[in-house]
Design a protein around this ligand. Structure first.
Ligand SMILES: C[S@@+](CC[C@H](N)C(=O)[O-])C[C@H]1O[C@@H](n2cnc3c(N)ncnc32)[C@H](O)[C@@H]1O
Length: 338
């Protein structure tokens, strides 16, 4: 639960988690059969299936941690670092640790978790770009000792202003444990600028070639690309020729449930100077499978003429000889897209 002080009444302004009715309303906008399927997955599904069906909360952390593990597996990386910038009472960081533990069990990928915070709430805003209309100094305090006690051995707090703690953390970070996911939840533009410096280190192998980034504070009506975290991202992209943060394109179309807001808050850091982004893997050439299905997709008239010209036996013989030619050339079949 987040806590702010309402300046007019001098009473803390308590931010409650989203209500069950709001969650239910969101689910009811999704197809009924998928909701029924989700109920079965909740009862009998694996942890990763539950993430795919948006059953693990917070859903953005669950998705990003699993996706980062999948990216790591593809690169043969066994341990990745995941980070939360802006920890407050630690609700998000503890959830991150729990999800990481479960994802490790199913994927084998290990996690090192770091949470960055001042330890005493928001610093003073610098100017309008920090949204003093929304946030102020002292918002979101932390009980550092209590939180530190609750963290598992693979997680740690990095206490201090991000502008002082990020450079040392980056210098000590091992390429054996590259960053795979960072959540930016620092509210201010000025803090987000400092947090994103984690991605400007000189060694590209300290990141996965595609690193997940979640931007928390971009969804209110007064957030825009001229202020806050979105402005920090724009400036990061202008300043870094070989590192770019872009939306995770077409993520919504890949998800089973398509309505949730968090899908628009997931971004990717593209590390263009990573060695993997600059080498062609030694592999056989890609070709499309010569499949009768492709023939059927041709216009009806052309298919009919084909049939007239090639009786069944001849077309089968041609197909077989074409296949054996390909095999003798050593070209494997590739059924996916190029
Ligand atoms: C909205 S809260 C984070 C909420 C948290 N992620 C959660 O899930 O409950 C924002 C946090 O960012 C931290 N923060 C903002 N600017 C910072 C800075 N420059 N250095 C360190 N921490 C900062 C504040 O201390 C505050 O706790």
């Amino acid at each position: 639960m987040k806590q702010k002080v309402d300046s007019e009444s001098e009473q803390p302004f308590i931010i409650h988690p989203r209500s069950w009715s709001a969650r239910l309303a969101e689910r009811l906008t999704e197809p009924l059969h998928l909701n029924i399927l989700a109920a079965f997955v909740k009862l009998f599904g694996s942890y990763t299936m539950k993430i795919d069906f948006d059953l693990i909360r917070p859903r953005h952390y669950a998705f990003a941690i699993l996706e980062a593990a999948r990216f790591a597996q593809r690169q043969g990386v066994s341990t990745i670092t995941i980070i939360e910038f802006g920890v407050a009472m630690g609700k998000g960081l503890l959830a991150m640790c729990d999800i990481a533990k479960q994802v490790s069990r199913e994927t084998g990928v290990q996690f090192s978790v770091a949470g960055f915070d001042t330890g005493c709430g928001m610093p003073p805003p610098v100017d309008y770009r920090d949204h003093p209309d929304l946030y102020q100094a002292g918002d979101f305090p932390m009980n550092q000792e209590e939180l530190a006690r609750e963290l598992p051995p693979n997680a740690r707090l990095v206490i201090g202003d991000i502008k002082h703690t990020v450079p040392g953390f980056l210098a000590e970070l091992s390429p054996e444990q590259p960053i795979g996911f960072a959540a930016i939840d620092v509210d201010y533009y000025s803090s987000a600028v400092e947090a994103l410096k984690i991605f400007s280190g000189p060694d590209p192998t300290k990141y996965l070639p595609l690193t997940l980034v979640y931007l928390d504070d971009i969804v209110l009506p007064s957030h825009s690309r001229f202020t806050g975290e979105l402005l920090a991202v724009e400036e990061f992209n202008q300043a870094n020729a070989m590192r770019k943060i872009d939306k995770y394109r077409f993520l919504r179309s890949q998800r089973i449930f398509k309505q949730p807001r968090w899908i628009s808050q997931v971004f990717l850091l593209h590390v263009f100077d990573h060695p993997i982004m600059n080498t062609t893997k030694a592999r056989q050439p890609k070709i499309y499978a010569d499949h009768p299905q492709r023939r059927r997709s041709r216009p009806y008239l052309i298919s009919s003429i084909d049939q007239l010209l090639n009786d069944g036996w001849r077309s089968r013989r041609n197909h077989a000889s074409r296949q054996s030619r390909l095999v003798s050339q050593g070209a494997g079949q590739y059924k996916g897209s190029a």
